[in-house]
Write a protein that binds this ligand. Structure first.
Ligand code: PLP
Length: 283
């Protein structure tokens, strides 16, 4: 495995980062996860734009050629289906102090992991997920893709402790998103998803699903979803770049709708799969 660290492409085992790096000490850093399917970045431009948004929001310097860095890294790792992780920290302060010097050189790290192409699975073989609903313990800038993921980690583990796959988060009585995914609800043929705000991450797949809904005459609304609405949904889906769109068929031990994968999910899965295949074959 070859990783990228501050201008160098090196074997993962040779990568060294200072313990005084602010990413390590404070989680003073942002990141992206970008799947490449058959060597092609999935909505690469949108991912880079979101990275730039995160960097600007926390005032970490940018100015790198992200495209060149990632393309080379993917090539060195053999292309194919890879999930690329890219992290930018504020840099190495040389000592532990909350205050930072604006002239610090950011630390840039990127690595690859294998990922399954969600479009390579037939709808009938996709498993419905179980989720729990729990309090959203995160801060109020969830639009920033920050590496401070302790709340996400803790509630995902809580879900695992209940034999569930995901935790859906509630803030002030409203559903925000999952620990690493956005959420959609279907009621009487209409798709609902929380509107973009600083309480959720503007998911790349969320945006694409809304685009596909638009293009294909599927009715949708960006609207508040409370716990009762969630539990009364005919279908619930989650979306993320690595997972695509997946059906949630049990929430807090109760079946969602009839407890089966829903027809609108199957439609959206098909649309997303088709989009994804077109992207890979360049048609
Ligand atoms: N929400 C959170 C908190 C996430 O961490 C992620 C991605 O990992 C998403 C939503 C989905 O975003 P995307 O579709 O860009 O992968």
């Amino acid at each position: 495995d070859i990783v990228y660290l501050d201008g160098h492409y090196i074997p993962a085992g040779e990568a060294r980062i200072s313990p005084f790096d602010r990413g390590f000490l404070f989680g003073d850093s942002v990141y992206e996860v970008i799947p490449y399917f058959r060597g092609t970045g999935f909505r690469l431009r949108e991912h880079i734009a979101r990275l730039e948004h995160s960097l600007r929001a926390v005032r970490i310097r940018s100015g790198r050629d992200w495209y060149a860095i990632l393309d080379r890294l993917v090539e060195l790792n053999g292309g194919g289906n890879l999930s690329v992780y890219l992290q930018v920290t504020r840099g190495d302060s040389g000592s532990r102090s909350h205050a930072y010097d604006a002239s610090l050189e950011p630390t840039v790290f990127a690595c690859c992991a294998p990922v399954r192409d969600f479009a390579s699975v037939a709808a009938k073989d996709v498993k419905g997920l179980a989720a729990i609903v729990t309090a959203d313990l995160r801060w109020h800038r969830c639009d920033i893709k920050s590496t401070c993921l302790l709340p996400n980690i803790l509630v995902l583990q809580q879900a695992r402790d209940h034999q569930a796959d995901e935790a859906l988060l509630l803030r002030d009585g409203l559903v925000t998103e999952g620990t690493s995914c956005n959420i959609f609800l279907v009621r009487q043929g209409v798709v609902y998803t929380p509107k973009r705000s600083s309480e959720i991450l503007g998911g790349i797949t969320r945006e694409l699903v809304l685009e596909l809904a638009d293009e294909n005459g599927i009715q949708y609304q960006e609207a508040d979803i409370d716990y009762d609405a969630l539990m009364a949904g005919d279908e619930v889906w989650i979306t993320s770049s690595t997972r695509g769109v997946l059906p949630v068929t049990r929430i807090d031990g109760q079946p969602v709708g009839d407890g089966e994968k829903g027809p609108l999910w199957a439609r959206m899965f098909e649309l997303l799969t088709r989009y994804q295949r077109r992207l890979m074959t360049g048609e």
